[in-house]
Design a protein around this ligand. Structure first.
Ligand code: HEC
Ligand code: HEC
Length: 273
């Protein structure tokens, strides 16, 4: 009996050790499920729902929170209520907006019309914005989506919401990426899908898409090897590319991607020469 118990407890310990290892020792990947395309009928929306739509775009498809977050990569938009009028009154203002709604709209589609002091592209003396246009490029919000984001910004800044809900269009809306435990998403299979999903091109120029907050990666393979690139993605602050600041590139990529996806990105980038 004693021996039987010893065997049983040894087995339990072994199983326990394996379970513990698989939970703690292997990095857990909590990928987001694929976005659900939901068609929203704007005609039946009230302003509260329209603002909520803007909130979802701001935190999801718009990729705004990559930069507008507490890390200080971009201005705090909670203060936009007081800041917007001051921008318009500033001598440096070079745009065409007549009111706050116009300023917000212009900020989204032509960010360089006014560059907040200290946030310009390196070397541009705050004349060029590193923010990509959100109506084109890889973000590509539609006009109704931009309107929803403006309504959200006005509401968030404690301003009067002056945007009108467009009536005759439908916006396809992506659900915010939620972490669903136990239901892993299917891995992406191409670099472009990954770059779109993780908005690499909001910050980097890779081929045709132009982002300026991070280094141009169009020929990264000529100067960096696969190992460097892998580390740059998983642990961005391990090496800081010259002329750029620490803490700018998101450092949670490793928790969001599959190993196979990491290798797709590393292979693709290493071959850009
Ligand atoms: C790649 C980083 C990045 C992304 C993505 C980004 N922004 Fe910006 N944004 C900036 C930076 C940097 C500035 C400051 C420079 C300037 O004034 O253009 C800025 C400025 C702004 C301003 C003007 C702020 C002010 O105080 O006058 C608004 C409004 C704004 N962004 C909204 C957005 C919204 C909404 C989105 C998403 C649809 C977004 N941004 C996406 C980096 C980004
Ligand atoms: C919010 C902006 C932002 C996003 C999004 C972003 N990066 Fe970066 N990235 C940067 C900045 C800034 C640097 C330079 C600072 C540093 O080295 O950490 C950088 C550095 C890099 C480097 C090293 C470049 C060098 O020459 O040392 C690589 C490789 C890279 N990023 C790949 C990616 C990939 C792939 C993605 C998408 C999965 C991505 N980045 C998303 C901002 C960003």
């Amino acid at each position: 009996m004693r021996q039987f118990l010893t065997v049983i407890s040894f087995m339990l310990l072994t199983i326990g050790a394996f379970a513990g290892f698989s939970n703690l020792g292997i990095p857990q990947i909590e990928p987001a499920p694929p976005p659900v395309e939901e068609v929203i009928d704007l005609g039946s929306m009230n302003m509260e729902q329209f603002i909520a739509l803007g909130d979802r775009i701001f935190n999801g498809k718009g990729t705004c929170t990559l930069c507008h977050n507490s890390l200080g990569r971009a201005p705090d938009l909670g203060q936009i209520g007081t800041n917007a009028q001051a921008r318009l009154d500033d001598d440096r203002y070079a745009g065409d907006a007549a009111d706050i709604e116009g300023y917000l709209s212009e900020s989204l589609t032509n960010p360089s019309a006014y560059v907040v002091v200290g946030f310009g592209k390196a070397g541009s003396d705050d004349t060029e914005s590193p923010m990509p246009s959100t109506s084109g490029g890889s973000i590509a919000l539609s006009d109704p989506e931009l309107a929803a984001v403006i309504a959200y910004l006005q509401d968030k800044g404690g301003l009067e919401v002056t945007v009108e809900i467009p009536t005759d269009v439908e916006v396809p809306e992506e659900e915010p990426a939620e972490v669903a435990s136990g239901e892993p998403r299917a891995p992406f299979t191409t670099f472009q899908e990954l770059a779109d999903e993780f908005a690499c091109e909001a910050c980097h120029t890779i081929g045709e898409e132009a982002g300026d907050l991070g280094p141009n990666l169009s020929a990264i393979g000529a100067s960096r090897d696969a190992e460097y690139i892998r580390r740059a993605i998983l642990d961005p602050n391990a090496d800081i590319a010259e002329g750029f600041d620490e803490g700018m590139m998101p450092d949670d990529m490793g928790e969001q991607i599959y190993a196979i996806e990491l290798e797709i990105m590393v292979d693709f980038l290493s071959q850009l020469k």
